[in-house]
Design a binder for this molecule. Structure first.
Ligand code: HEM
Length: 421
């Protein structure tokens, strides 16, 4: 549904370029007045453009940081301190980059839950959704490797815990971990390869974002009613309506971002990462960044193995099961367009789904909370219940229970009807 642009200009240079490479009509057809967007998009539709901005901020600040950073275990920690103290505005660059990662995840998580609420993953937008999940996985890998670079205590021990997970893979596990490390421990080769990949992956993400937008523009945006655009009456030109709305969102985003950077720059980080990495001293607790906490809780919640009944033969041990559950929590997102069988997209017309959506949101917060705590007292049980509910939502409720009991309310005839009313 990318608009067929009728781009015209009086500027000779623009026309000269357009004649040889129709880039202006491409922009006009995808971001300009010629791109028809549903006229009822609300503020939840701001988060895609915000994610794009967050990606650009990370790439730009990252490239400048690299000019002063040294990826070597002997020098990395000091080079970050050098950036903070000696480089002109180095503190600003670093705080924008470090808090920018958090802002990026906040924006993308809201973007994902928006998709879940309004059923944006349903046909014909399945591939758009799957490309989104691919972006999420790439973002997680990038953020994990970036966190290792300052070579503080959390960098080192986080890298150790997470890379060690791969030792749970049957038969080849230990070799796999050594291959990841580039040696027999988390050491200089590990830091250097993480640096190399941390630089590369954002550009891969940018490539996948282009595919994401391409897939989006084939059928156009979903909307809060979740019904298809039926006539030109249902749409407005992207420019100036949504360019202005996106700019407003960017203003609010920058205010929140600036609060963290200028008033609370270490709030989202961990104090232990200001201690240089020491392989001989394990920190009291090893906690990942907040955006990994729900996944970390799922990983740790499995403390039992699966064995053949009445024997000692272990089929899948607890560690492997935890790793499978963690990766499984992302895999169910990929399968979601086929797990949710309701033809109705928006939760507005699915009262029962709406309830379960909010329970899933609460469940994610509970998992995040559990991920931040020591696995003592009630926490492991809470983690297990949270994990079980997460999978229950996607693997049982959506495909089997909801189709039986759900009663949808009537869909409006068109987007313009309720809007004009
Ligand atoms: C770098 C990260 C990402 C960027 C830059 C990005 C960008 C965008 C943009 C600009 C839009 C159109 C505006 C909007 O609907 O908000 C969009 C739509 C969409 N995105 Fe993303 N996205 C990212 C990550 C994700 C992720 C992780 C998912 C899901 C797992 C996802 C799923 C979707 C879906 C389903 C739509 C269509 C929404 C609709 O039309 O209702 N995106 N994305």
């Amino acid at each position: 549904m990318a608009g067929n642009s009728n781009f015209q200009s009086n500027n000779k240079v623009v026309n000269w370029i357009e004649e040889r490479m129709p880039i202006f009509s491409l922009i006009d057809g995808s971001l300009g007045a010629s791109y028809p967007a549903p006229k009822n998009l609300n503020y939840w539709w701001n988060f895609g453009s915000l994610a794009g901005l967050a990606l650009v901020i990370q790439i730009v600040t990252g490239i400048v940081l690299v000019m002063h950073y040294t990826p070597n275990t002997e020098l990395a920690f000091d080079s970050v301190e050098h950036i903070m103290r000696d480089v002109n505005y180095g503190w600003l660059l670093r705080y924008v980059h470090a808090n920018g990662a958090s802002m990026f995840f906040i924006v993308v998580y809201i973007h994902i839950f928006r998709g879940l609420y309004f059923g944006s993953y349903k046909a014909p937008r399945e591939l758009l959704w799957i490309l989104g999940v691919v972006i999420l996985i790439l973002m997680m890998a990038t953020a994990f490797m970036g966190y290792v670079l300052p070579w503080g205590q959390m960098s080192f021990w986080g890298a150790k815990v997470i890379t060690n997970l791969f030792s749970a893979v049957p038969v080849v596990g230990d070799s796999l971990v050594q291959w990841l490390w580039g040696g027999f421990a988390v050491d200089n080769p590990t830091l250097q390869r993480f640096f190399s990949l941390h630089y590369l992956l954002p550009f891969v993400i940018a490539g996948v974002v282009i595919l994401h937008i391409w897939a989006l523009h084939k059928h156009g945006s979903n909307n809060p009613l979740g019904i298809d655009v039926k006539s030109p009456q249902d749409t407005v030109g992207f420019h100036p309506y949504y360019t202005a709305k996106d700019l407003f969102g960017i203003g609010v985003f920058i205010l929140v971002f600036a609060y963290f950077v200028f008033f609370n720059p270490n709030y989202l980080g961990h104090a232990d990462n200001y201690i240089p990495a020491n392989p001989l001293l394990t920190p009291a607790s090893i906690v990942p960044e907040w955006y990994f906490l729900p996944f970390y809780a799922i990983l740790r919640s499995i403390t039992f193995s699966i064995s053949i009944p009445f024997t000692d033969i272990v089929l899948i041990d607890a560690k492997l099961l935890g790793v499978l559950a963690m990766f499984g929590s992302l895999a169910v997102l990929i399968a979601l367009p086929w797990l949710d069988r309701s033809p109705v997209r928006s939760s507005r017309f699915r009262p029962m789904y709406r309830w379960f959506f909010w329970i899933l949101v609460i469940d994610s917060f509970i998992l995040g909370y559990v991920g931040a705590q020591k696995p003592e007292g009630i926490m492991p049980t809470l983690g297990l219940i949270g994990t079980a509910y997460y999978f229950f939502h996607f693997l049982v409720l959506l495909p089997f229970i909801m189709p039986k009991y759900e009663k949808d309310t009537k869909l409006p005839e068109s987007i313009s009807n309720p809007v004009i009313k």
